[in-house]
Design a protein around this ligand. Sequence first.
Ligand code: RIB
Ligand code: CA
Length: 324
Amino acid sequence: MRKMIIDTDTASDDAVAIVMALQTPDIEVIGITVVAGNMPVKQASINARYSAQMCGKTPPVYDGIDTPFIRDPHRAYFFHGSDGMGEMKYPDPVQQPEAEHAVPALIRLIRANPGVELVTLGPLTNVAAALLQAPDIVPLVSRCVMMGGAACTVGNITPAAEFNIWCDPEAARIVFRSGLPVEMVGWELCRGEANLSDADMRYMKEQINTPLAHFSIDCNASAIRANRTWLGDPALPLPDPVAMAIAIDPTICTQSSLHYVDVECEGIFTRGMTVVDQLDVTHNPDDLAGSMWAVHRAKGKPWVRVCWAIDIPRWKSLLYKTVA
Ligand code: RIB
Ligand code: CA
């Protein structure tokens, strides 16, 4: 069994990603740690536990840090609805969160399960706090698949930044500099043909037609509406499920390369921008780029795996398989 920890700010796309992991037979989700982002931790925890309940599973859920390290919290009510789940008014889940806080839980679970795969679906506040407290966990994590950032492209919450990174850029910078084996899945990979089209959603509801298929679309009702009105896009973007698909089956990422990545924390227009050294220009002999990249070069060769393309049909068929 592959062991996985999911760190999530559970709203409706996280919910589908959690279902995908729990419905994959060879994956054991040994913990779900909750971070604030889309929702305050309290609501995100309810949403995570309800998603697990939909799968008939009770993975331990640990509530975590409810505000970014430095920045004011911003929630995504406009996109995911007031409850984060399309205002479906689901009943409260039976399962309660564990007493242990998410940060000590992350450290304990990683130390007890060397080789564990960590999938992050929200801001990096919990993960960064764990790294600051216990840098020894870095070599114990075999993969850190991160839904986050925008690799050399536009952002979704500002023209320069993707929401998870923008929420807590200081935390994200700590994670990208830590040496953790990050596989960066930017939001751009869920756009275009990777969106669930109306036909895809009809297929899920009418052909697959299982409770999980209906849940996956129903809880995204606000996201569908928001995407149509805000971006004029008649489809459903699922960034967290795309990242989870790559976590479950790495070959779904069809093009990737290793780079240094850092995060803009001082910019006004560029706060939270993921700066990918795509052309390896920070290696110039005179170090013209300045010492800001020395902290990366000191660790040796670039280690962050940036995903540039996915196999869209295989991403969708994996989603269909897990909800079927
Ligand atoms: O930018 C998309 C990301 O922000 C997704 O993880 C979504 O759930 C929100 O957290
Ligand atoms: Ca998320």
